[in-house]
Design a protein around this ligand. Structure first.
Ligand code: PEP
Ligand code: MG
Length: 907
């Protein structure tokens, strides 16, 4: 049977989003629900993909199907497309399986031409309306389908208003608009060398092509890359009978959310614009009224809308957003979907909907996006800052932000690349500003509502935004904005508060979020709903998760931080940081330079008590919780001055006849000492230090070093134990590749541990293990497990060595690799399951075959990445370990992994 490329709204449902796109599937669902949706049909994503793969050729049979469905639509509406007497007008809108707001093209009022515009005049009794509709079609069609630069039309429109001495589009009369239509047609012809097509079917076909083509435009491609949307999905095209919100004061258009997408408040929320078409709301060209004020102008439609919002939320069991139009008092729903929301609102809504009995607790928990949990911890403006706002706009996306004002997306990108925090200030943003928005700390606009492009994108990206601060005059050319006598120029500091909509000149101090405050015991913050939601969902995640969550922490302070966030141990205590600081570096250098065992020992004698004290603090902080201490890992040259800097400094001192040499921040050295140092540095120099003398190799090369560390760990454990504490010690040897490396080092170190504990008269169990961070280690894990009681996957090094990508240099080409889809995602962020993940699976399985009690964990950065946590759950690891700040994220992801598994199993 031939493939079906076109579906009537009556034929689909909400589960068909991969075929019909999200918009098409939901239009079909609303049609089935009997809601007032204008008739229409959807050309499938499959058709788009067939078109793209055939080199921009419609697939066979598609246009015939479009013609049939169009006829059906014409019959249903009792009007024909392009009919000179009584024309049907349609909208042509993109609609991909996942929402990509404003990234692709749409055209309204299609079907108008030089004849049918007269028919529309007759149909509506308004010449002005007809000509305004025609000029809108030319403007949208010219830009999106024919590729004319949008500003050409805007300038002509501005010009027409100036010439007439009016400010608003609505003040232009039919004659003015008729002239504008001629002007717009001339612009199209001049800029493209082609006339605007008068044949409505040609308009429609080109419109469909333009939507298909817009799947591959730059901003859509950028958006997909950032949001990890598959390029191969394609977009559907929805063709729908037009209804008009711009037929006078009894008409209007708006966007409504069933609940507030910014703060989760359980009441309808949105914008309404009287006498306007849909694009006027989203483009932020005119300022809107609040949704609830619609009741004052359109009481019946408002009543009906509230009813439909309730029906939709009950049906979808989630917050929905709706685009709607009121045409001469009659309400039409043009689109719905499960609405985007801030992380803050997501938690509040899940909490409320569960309380309301709309969803069960685990469904609510599974709805939370673990990747966005950190947004709940977003900063707010420090109270008591005492500053007066210079303006107030809408609280379009939460979080406070401070940065230097910039006035174009390109500048935002350039400044951010230089490391400058920026606030992007615009009258309104368009999809072309996306690249600059995502590099900004915050976005401020003077026009547009809470559903303007700026607001939608900022919320999606977790960027604070204040929109529609209409007291502000933005002068893009002069790169400044002014408000009530205050001028903020490019590079001046601005602070915005996306929670309240306030804008401040200058650099205000920011403070912790309510959750942070609640956690540190603030009783007021503990009363807030967000804290209650947080506590409830985290408790449930903790109850169901199988994975333990530990933290990577090297100091007592970090350990305390980790515990506060729910860490159940330390999965990685990197001891290299304990070798830093003036006194310690000096001793480390003495150890490196030692000519005799005695000299080396003297250096260890300095280091040992310092290290012991560090461990005491950590064991105390982590009482009764496991602490995995990793013996020294980095190459020794990291504790010496940089080779090139030192060589240059020595050469300069010699040339200038100086007796002292200064390198970096170090104290001055005598020239002969510096020369000796240089000789040693040269001696230790390695072409590939990451593959050089580091990890367990150090333990073999300098056995006294690891012995000193083990002694310090055990002395600390004995001391804490003697004081009534309960230290749980795990000693981890890094970067082993063979069983023998580990066996030998362990053979040397175990007696040191035993002896130390005996000397101190304390019994403390010590677990010995290794990191699996080399492909060979993963492949021979069965052997390694003979001499290791635990494995911790060092996925940073494992990724580096499996791919052969230097973790320190990947930034140079990773962007290109992601763009060309040469890697599915950044493998240093999310475990690459087919490669690195496979090595992990082999190591886990074969290690446990040898030693069924083998403890398994992960301590690379991936331990805090939700997708990787889920993967670790499926591997059956015992724990993940991540930075203290990501501990809540890992707890949530681990709970969701367990629940997800249960849900799948019960299906
Ligand atoms: C790792 O390699 O994943 C790891 C945790 O060790 P480090 O990052 O210290 O090399
Ligand atoms: Mg490592």
């Amino acid at each position: 049977m031939a493939v079906k490329f076109v579906y009537d709204f009556e034929e689909g449902n909400r589960d068909m989003k991969y075929l019909l796109g999200g918009k098409g599937a939901n239009l079909a669902e609303m049609t089935r629900m009997g809601l007032p949706v204008p008739h229409g049909f959807t050309v499938t994503c499959e058709a788009c993909n067939a078109y793209r793969s055939a080199g921009r050729q419609f697939p066979d049979g598609m246009l015939e199907e479009v013609a049939e469905h169009l006829e059906q639509l014409e019959r249903g509406m009792g009007r024909r497309l392009g009919d000179p007497g009584d024309p049907l007008l349609v909208s042509v809108r993109s609609g991909a399986p996942f929402s990509m707001p404003g990234m692709m093209d749409s055209v309204l009022n299609l079907g108008l031409n030089d004849q049918s515009v007269e028919g529309l005049t007759k149909q509506t009794g308004s010449e002005r309306f007809a000509w305004d509709s025609y000029r809108r079609l030319l403007q949208m069609y010219g830009r999106t389908v024919m590729g004319v630069e949008g500003h050409r039309f805007e300038e002509a429109l501005e010009h027409a208003k100036e010439a007439k001495g009016v400010r608003n589009d609505v003040e232009l009369d039919a004659g003015d608009l008729r002239r504008l239509v001629e002007e717009f047609k001339a612009i199209i012809a001049a800029d493209t060398g082609r006339e605007f097509p008068q044949d409505p079917r040609e308009q429609l076909h080109l419109g469909i092509e333009a939507v298909f083509g817009s799947w591959d435009n730059r901003r859509a491609v950028d958006y997909r890359r950032k949001n990890k949307i598959d390029d191969s999905l394609g977009t559907a095209v929805n063709i729908q009978a037009m209804v008009f919100g711009n037929k006078g004061e009894d008409s209007g258009t708006g966007v409504a959310f069933t609940r507030n997408p910014a703060n989760g408040d359980p009441h309808p929320y949105g914008d309404y614009l009287v006498n306007a078409q849909g694009e006027d709301v989203v483009s932020g060209i005119r300022n809107t009224m609040k949704l609830e004020e619609m009741g004052g102008v359109q009481p019946r439609a408002w009543e009906e809308l509230q009813g439909h919002l309730g029906t939709l939320e009950g049906h979808y069991r989630d917050m929905c957003d709706v685009e709607f139009t009121v045409e001469q008092g009659k309400l039409w729903l043009l689109q719905t979907r499960v609405g985007k929301r801030t992380a803050f609102a997501e938690w509040i809504m899940a909490h409320d909907m569960h309380n309301e009995g709309l969803i069960d607790l685990d469904t609510a928990l599974l709805r939370l996006d673990a990747n966005r949990l950190e947004e709940l911890f977003k900063k707010v403006i420090a109270s008591g800052a005492g500053a007066e706002p210079i303006a107030t706009g809408l609280n379009a996306s939460p979080g406070a932000a401070v940065g230097k004002a910039v006035f174009s997306a390109d500048d935002a990108q350039a400044w951010a690349t230089r490391g400058e925090p920026v606030i992007l200030v615009r009258r309104e943003t368009t999809p072309d500003d996306y690249h600059g928005m995502i590099r900004s700390q915050g976005v401020l606009t003077s026009a547009g509502g809470t559903n303007s492009h700026a607001a939608v994108v900022a919320r999606g990206e977790g960027i604070p935004a204040v929109c529609g601060a209409d007291a502000i005059r933005v002068d893009r050319q002069a790169r400044r904005f002014s408000v009530d006598g205050t001028t903020v120029a490019e590079g001046d500091w601005v602070t915005i508060d996306g929670f309240t909509g306030r804008v401040y000149a200058g650099q205000l101090g920011l403070a912790d979020s309510p959750i942070e405050r609640a956690r540190s015991g603030d009783p007021e913050a503990r009363k807030e709903k967000i804290w209650q939601a947080y506590e409830r969902f985290m408790a449930r995640a903790d109850e169901v998760r199988r994975l333990k969550v530990r933290a990577n922490a090297d100091t007592p302070g970090q350990s305390g931080n980790a515990i506060e966030r729910g860490a159940e141990g330390i999965g990685l205590c990197r001891t290299e940081h304990m070798f830093l600081g003036e006194e310690r570096v000096a001793a480390v250098r003495r150890m490196i330079f030692a000519d005799s065992a005695a000299e080396e020992q003297a250096a260890y004698d300095v280091l040992l008590p310092l290290q012991r004290d560090d461990f005491v603090g950590i064991f105390q902080a982590m009482d009764a919780k496991p602490v995995t201490v990793r013996l020294l890992d980095p190459p020794l040259h990291e504790f010496l001055p940089d080779q090139v800097e030192l060589a240059v400094a020595v050469a300069l001192a010699k040339e200038r006849g100086r007796s002292e040499v200064e390198v970096g921040g170090d104290e001055a050295m005598a020239l002969d000492e510096a020369e000796q140092m240089l000789a040693k540095v040269n001696d230790l120099h390695e072409a590939n230090p990451m593959l050089g003398l580091r990890g367990v190799r150090l333990g073999i090369f300098k056995p006294g070093l690891y012995a000193m560390q083990v002694r310090a760990i055990c002395e600390a454990a004995a001391k804490v134990k003697a004081e009534g504490g309960d230290p749980v010690v795990e000693i981890m040897i890094p970067l082993a590749a063979t069983r023998e490396e580990l066996a030998q080092v362990r053979e040397e170190l175990e007696p040191v541990a035993r002896q130390t504990l005996e000397e101190k008269g304390q019994e403390v169990a010590v677990l010995w293990g290794t990191m699996i961070e080399l492909p060979r280690a993963a492949l021979v894990a069965g052997e390694i497990a003979e001499v290791a009681e635990f494995f911790s996957f060092g996925t940073n090094d494992l990724t580096q060595t499996a791919f052969g990508f230097s973790r320190d240099d990947i930034g140079k080409f990773l962007g290109l690799y992601e763009e060309r889809k040469l890697v599915p995602a950044n493998p240093f962020v999310t475990v690459d399951q087919p490669g690195v993940g496979r090595l992990m699976r082999i190591a886990a399985e074969e290690g446990r075959q040898t030693r069924p009690t083998l403890k398994l964990g992960i301590c690379g950065e991936h331990g805090g990445d939700p997708d990787s946590v889920r993967f670790c759950h499926t591997l059956g690891l015992d724990y993940v370990s991540c930075s203290p700040f990501r501990v809540p994220t890992a707890r949530l992801a681990a709970g969701q992994a367990a629940l997800g598994e249960a849900t799948t199993a019960s299906k």
